[in-house]
Design a protein around this ligand. Structure first.
Ligand code: C2E
Ligand code: MG
Ligand code: MG
Ligand code: MG
Length: 276
């Protein structure tokens, strides 16, 4: 009986795997279609200088709601896109829609907004053509390089080849800022902070969530702020949801913030209603 049960478990296990595989293939197929039919949207999350509550820029975040699948979280479809070789077209959507949108919003603003776009590690496999295309898109949509920011995670730097470093240097020399997203979650050594062209550390949401009303568990957030100061890097906190988190960050000289306390990511229409 035990053997039989074991056998059944294997069957169930295999079924689970093939179900998950089918689901992935389904998402991939729908994603291809969504890209082709331009069904992928860009949302904008404000970045705030909490000292003055002034809006300084936005981060572009992709959104996809499929007829069959419903809302698919970006974490899910970005991972599948990376495997399926679809990350480049998704990136182009984010770059083009957001650049053109920011340029249009900036026409009516005394203080221009900056734009941050997330880049995935896979894109640095061909760093030369990436640099070329970034420059082309910014120029086509008339967005000044000093208003443009690249968000990469530490894992991008794991494949840190000479060419990746060179590409980041070229982009930085061109005026673009480089931010390390989800900082503190991905890497064991900080030595790259001294050798790579980096402008900003973006403190991961998990460390901001550790800051409680009594400021307990706030050591890592504080350490990252101090690290940024020592290395003369900018610092921004993501996932700021509570007033006491903002107060803690301000007290420790981290002024730039992003999070539900100020705003969730918004569609173009929502953003215009509230912020333009
Ligand atoms: P990320 O770049 O770290 O983006 C921040 C995520 O945190 C966003 O999730 C945002 O909606 C969420 N968030 C912002 N403020 C708060 C807050 O106060 N509380 C909480 N709980 N969450 C907050 P989202 O939009 O689901 O995106 C998830 C991830 O998907 C992004 O993480 C990014 O890694 C990836 N992603 C999104 N768009 C793109 C893209 O165009 N290209 C690439 N390569 N990745 C993207
Ligand atoms: Mg980001
Ligand atoms: Mg992040
Ligand atoms: Mg994150």
């Amino acid at each position: 009986a035990a053997k039989k049960q074991g056998g059944n478990q294997v069957v169930i296990y295999n079924e689970e795997i093939s179900k998950a595989k089918n689901k992935k293939l389904q998402i991939e197929a729908r994603l291809r279609k969504a890209i082709k039919n331009e069904e992928i949207e860009v949302y904008y999350q404000p970045k705030i200088d909490a000292r003055t509550e002034v809006l300084t820029g936005v981060e572009a975040l992709l959104r996809w709601t499929d007829e069959e699948l419903g809302f698919v979280p970006p974490d899910v479809f970005i991972a599948i896109a990376e495997e399926a070789g679809l990350i480049h077209p998704l990136w182009e959507i984010a770059m083009k829609k957001a650049s053109s949108q920011i340029t249009s919003w900036n026409k009516d603003r005394a203080r221009p907004l900056s734009l941050a776009v997330n880049f995935s590690a896979k894109q640095f496999q061909d760093p030369c053509s990436l640099v070329k295309q970034v420059k082309e898109i910014l120029s086509e949509y008339q967005l000044a390089p000093n208003l443009f920011e690249i968000e990469i995670t530490e894992s991008t730097l794991l494949f840190n080849t000479k060419e990746t470093t060179r590409a980041l240097e070229t982009l930085q020399e061109f005026g673009i800022s480089i931010s390390i997203d989800d900082f503190g979650t991905g890497y064991s050594s900080f030595s790259y902070l001294k050798t790579l062209p980096i402008n900003t550390l973006k403190i991961d949401r998990s460390f901001i969530q550790d800051i409680k009303e009594d400021h307990s568990n706030s050591e890592i957030a504080e350490a990252i702020i101090n690290l940024a100061r020592s290395l003369k890097l900018h610092v921004i906190a993501e996932g700021v949801e509570e007033d006491y988190q903002k107060e803690f960050l301000l007290k420790h000289d981290c002024y730039h913030m992003q999070g539900y306390l100020y705003s969730k990511p918004l569609s173009k229409e929502e953003f215009e209603r509230v912020w333009v």
